[in-house]
Write a protein that binds this ligand. Sequence first.
Ligand code: CA
Length: 238
Amino acid sequence: MTRAPGHPRILVIEDEAEIARIICHALDEYGFRWEHAATGRHGLQSAQQRPPDLAIVDLGLPDMDGMAVIRQLQESAPCAVIILTGRNDVTDRVLGLELGADDYLVKPFEPRELIARVRSILRRYLRGPGEAPAAPGTALFSGWRFDAARLGLTAPDGREVSLSAAEASMLQALLRNPNRILSREQLIGEREVDPYDRSIDVRISRLRRKLEDDPQNPRLIKTVYGAGYLFCSTVAWE
Ligand code: CA
């Protein structure tokens, strides 16, 4: 999954014509390339033909559950995801984040707010975490293997483990800084993180479920209370 910086492709999956129009107009205004799909099925088709860098997905679609759309996107065309929800429903948001969404917006929202989220997420994805562009390579740790170019993770028993783009980006930040405490800001390459933003913790817990024998007593990804997270393993990059 290589991404060309500078020309991110954004897929908008939203059935309400007026909201879709506002989103696409804002994206136009800020110079983003976009495609619009009014149903989940069309969105998934479009993503397969032209994989997006970021999908903006309304959770209330006429033909499919938005969560199912996100799940299928993560399998067929992993990309960053912002979910839109009309309901101020915390359960939906948390479930969306659990499924691999990077952020959410509750309708109605300011187009400017949307653009700010889009920019911040694309910055993370297109540059990788931290300041410098993330160099590709393969990381070996505790019997595991992570291929940074294709975002593939292989377990010690040879099993392929699928990662969402958001999980892979966070794992990469940890693997580039083993045995060092990383703050939440460092983990996602942002200057400031809202203390109530649960998306980082959600992503860490998803990574633990994939990497740890006992996610309740993590051996690899340790929480350092009040400071951040610590990746406890030697890591060899090749
Ligand atoms: Ca809708």
